[in-house]
Write a protein that binds this ligand. Structure first.
Ligand SMILES: *Cc1c(COP(=O)(O)O)cnc(C)c1O
Length: 382
């Protein structure tokens, strides 16, 4: 296998992040502390949400949000099968049943009409996923939630910086969960955060992320702290560390620049690919700011596996997002899902390939990818 010239993804870490991490290491305070608190403040300011609770992953953020809203055994949570393991698995971890509904064929986001059809007396929450960085139809989703008294927990792993009707993702649902995993639009290596406007929920989430012990327990080894603590609930060990937050403090300040580059490159791809019959380009809604965590291109006729192999021969990395949850062995066995259950999701999945798209890429790299794809589709192979 030849070495890849244009990997599928690369993070963009600057000197600011590096010196802040060194600062954290030299400060003698490695775990959750002042830098985590500073990072949370920056996320709140950026998203416009009242509270931010930083955790060690988006998976932890989703799990904690479900638990804090009392979701558990006997409950149903409606979400999309066109997502990563974390969305479905965290629902299962609470004891609730994941109820999948199909996506729309234009945005690849959850279809609000299908949410309505799936509501039962056991439905407690909706977990919309802002696929690829394009916000879901939040107006319809929030209306349904109001009508049926449902909790909305957003999986915004792809969508930090995205906007719906001019407002940032982070303050629509009851809780919004972000990911700072290495490949996401901004990173802390591993990490996540929950934003919420609800004061009581924020307090509960802060307690639950650290074993359920009293709110400022993280201070107990500092001179402001005390040795005394109480376990109020049986919580989890989900806190962020100051080493991670040190990276995040600078990433969040650069996020708008990152998003600008992602959008610009995505538009270059779209301009070029819209002229090729064999491709379906991603649809961008007018009432949103799409932050293109992914550039999902659909192949109408060309075999996807062959396409990815050809791209690898040209030293370009690609990926696929996502293998639908209902087609994985665990979900088939545990819940009886089968092929054909969600036709739109399967239709998109079978044709989808995610192209390299990240701020570390140069214009030349984008041109290189475009040329490679044109050659592959026209069978002009070197
Ligand atoms: C990456 C991702 C997650 C999980 O994020 P982690 O921070 O790795 O836990 C959840 N949902 C979606 C849609 C993702 O792509």
């Amino acid at each position: 296998m030849k070495e890849i010239d244009i990997p599928y993804c690369l993070p963009l870490i600057g000197d600011e992040e590096i010196s802040e991490v060194v600062g954290a290491l030299k400060s003698n305070w490695l775990t959750m502390g002042p830098k985590t608190i500073e990072f949370e403040g920056l996320i709140s300011e950026y998203t416009g949400a009242k509270h931010t609770i930083a955790v060690n992953s988006c998976t932890a953020a989703l799990h904690l949000s479900l638990i804090a809203h009392g979701i558990g055994k006997g409950d149903e949570v409606i979400t999309t099968p066109f997502t990563f393991a974390a969305t479905g698995n965290t629902i299962v971890h609470t004891g609730a049943r994941p109820v999948f509904v199909d996506i729309k064929k234009d945005t690849y986001n959850i279809d609000p009409d299908k949410i309505l059809e799936a509501i039962t007396s056991k439905t407690k929450a909706i977990m919309p996923v802002h696929y690829a960085g394009q916000p879901c139809d939040m107006k319809s989703i929030m209306e349904i939630a109001d009508d049926y008294n449902l909790i909305v927990i957003e999986d915004a792993a792809h969508a930090i910086g995205a906007e719906y009707n001019g407002k940032k993702i982070g303050c629509f649902g009851d809780a919004t969960c972000f990911s700072f995993y290495a490949t996401k639009n901004m990173t802390t290596g591993e990490g996540g955060a929950i934003t919420t406007d609800n004061d009581k929920m924020a307090d509960k989430l802060r307690v639950l992320r650290l074993h359920g012990i009293s709110k400022d327990a993280w201070k107990r080894y500092s001179n402001q702290g005390s040795w005394f603590y109480q376990i109020e609930e049986c919580g989890w060990k989900y806190n962020m560390t100051d080493i991670q937050a040190a990276i995040g403090i600078h990433q969040i300040k650069k996020l708008d620049d990152f998003s600008k580059v992602r959008r610009e490159y995505a538009h270059i791809y779209t301009n070029e690919f819209s002229q090729i019959d064999d491709l379906v380009i991603p649809y961008e809604k007018q009432d949103v700011k799409h932050v293109y965590h992914l550039y999902p291109l659909l192949l109408k006729n060309y075999t996807r596996t062959k396409f990815i192999e050809k791209m690898a021969e040209k030293k370009i990395g690609c990926s696929v997002h996502f293998i639908p949850l209902h087609l994985h062995p665990y979900y088939k066995n545990a819940f009886g899902f089968k092929e054909g259950d969600f036709p739109n999701t399967e239709w998109v999945y079978e044709r989808e390939v995610s192209l390299p798209l990240y701020p570390m890429m140069k214009y030349d790299d984008i041109e290189f990818v475009i040329k490679a794809i044109k050659n592959i589709l026209q069978h002009i192979d070197p």
